[in-house]
Ligand binder design. Sequence first.
Ligand code: MN
Length: 704
Amino acid sequence: MPTIDALSERLTEYLDPQQIRQVRRAYFYAEEAHDGQRRKSGEPYVTHPLAAASILATMHMDHQSLMAAMLHDVIEDTEVTYDGISSQFGDSVADIVDGVSKLTHLEFETKAEAQASNFQKMVLAMAEDIRVILVKLADRLHNMRTLGAMRPDKQRRIAKETLDIYAPIAARLGMRDVQIELEDLAFQAHYPMRAKYIRRAVVQARGQRKDVISSIQETIEQRLRQEGLTGTVTGREKHLYSIYSKMKAQNKSFSEIMDVFAFRVVTESVDDCYRVLGAVHNLYKPVLNRFKDYIAIPKSNGYQSLHTDLFGARDITIEVQIRTKEMDAVASQGVAEHSHYKGYSGDSSDSAVGSYKRARKWVQGLLEMQQRAGNSMEFIESVKEDLFPDEVYVFTPKGRILELPAGATPVDFAYAVHTDIGNSCVSCRVDRRLAPLSQPLENGQTVEIITTPSAQPNMAWLNFVTTGKARTAIRHFLKNQQRHESIELGRRLLNQFLSKYGSNVNDIEMHKLQPLLEEASFNSIDDLLEDIGMGNRQAYVVARRLRPESDESGDGGRENPLAIQGTEGMVLQYAKCCRPLPGDEIIGHISAGKGLVIHRTSCRNIGYLRDDPDKCIYLEWYDEINDEFSVDLSCEVESHRGIIAELATVATSMGADLLQIDIDDHEGKLAKVNMEVQVKDRIHLARVMKKIRALKTVNRIQRC
Ligand code: MN
């Protein structure tokens, strides 16, 4: 069994004593936190994080990664919190542990096979620090090695997830050793019979293959010596899962795949690589179109090598990979190898370098490598997309993954699901908790939209939505809505002025209407009514032109007042200066682009209009109005502590919401209080004021 002392001994190879002490401290902290817990296999729990850290030590990962590996399960499985870890070991370590815990949490969600690649992206997106992924992979690798202790159904689930998500991520990061081990372990757990069959076939084939391999190997080595080239030649055996995938994907038989013999030549320099290539092409005839130069054009994960296929004797194919020692190290460990070179390990300042910066550094490293190789930006772009995505990935309640731009809100989510959902959404739950519709979503959250059939999009949503789809849908809805409301208001306004002539919109004579529509290039009377409702055209002017022949002489009497229902929508506004209430005498005017603005008849701002029958619109309240109205009140009180609470209690007890209150008590004993309350109508207001006036400390109260 591995011990912390054995690990510390190995760490002296590349870490300094101070760093090793910190790794040991993290180990003992984890041992205490997990005290009493055991793995399914019966071993003390701490053996697992120790094994994960040892895997990372093999890759020469920095001391912070090792510390995080030691602690990676304490937030999830013990009482220890993020703050506990950060105060003991610093923010960087705590952030990595936190990131790993979040990924662990994701495993319990449902996942459809089709979304595996989205899920991979989500995992990458959730880890701003690449080390989160490396710790997670080490965790998963050790769990796969010890999978046998689990229940069979659990084994299968974890194996499937490993094949779908974690092995491809390892491949994406160029960590070939980890990828191969994960794939073979998962393959055997998920398809035990198929794995057994292929393994047996490989063992049987191995005997004859051995001779072929050593003979080809000798031939190549001999040729290299003749040409004065140095290089180590090794024969490679394909791993089980890659044989299986090839059989499945390329529909090949086992023996067809076994007729391919693979070799690797590792040399000193890039120049040598191309010389070795020349030598083997001289030796065996190359297969057309099978040569790939990944040295000049590295793969997106930084992999570099020359690949070529050759015709061997007796119908066999010889695959050869040629690369330098450095490339070979990157090919087996990928990012991990690179981070080692690019100095995570020399970096001891905890907070000075954020995780983002460190990941950035890694990309920078790849960029330099790319520049040395002197080629296309494409692979950098793809790496950047993986590490700094502009997307967030969130779940629907059924487990489907949606990809949204960073900063997207639940409203964007709702419209992404369906326009109707967006148009009727009223609130939402994020990870089962009620959340504001404007709250930006984070990776991995589950979002549930709550709708009601009568709901409508809100103009204010335009201030926070980020997707074009949501924006367009909201605008479209509001525009339609506004047109509809404008037409209705326009119809009522026109009717009001036509009533002076004993006419109405339905009675208009066509020969009067037609020229008017043509003049303004309107297609229908609705366009005209909309224009009136929007305030772009005066209703009395239109009414005068459309009045019946019989009444062309004069202007008739005063029109009937227009009844306000409170449901007119966006084309109706209550003036902020006098805040009219149902029960107040009111008067209105049309303001271009805004529609109808309503004032109290007594309002000073409307004085100039009051006696202009053309411009002003006579209004009255509809009998039943179901709405809330804001009014301003001012009162004089005897200043004392608790006055705000007292006023708020009274207002609330009367069913009137207190929207705002402020106190000006510079006057000494007497203070002036301004407040805004929400009431149903004039009678409701009167009751509220009466109750407030009854308070002992209130001297005076009035509506502003
Ligand atoms: Mn674990």
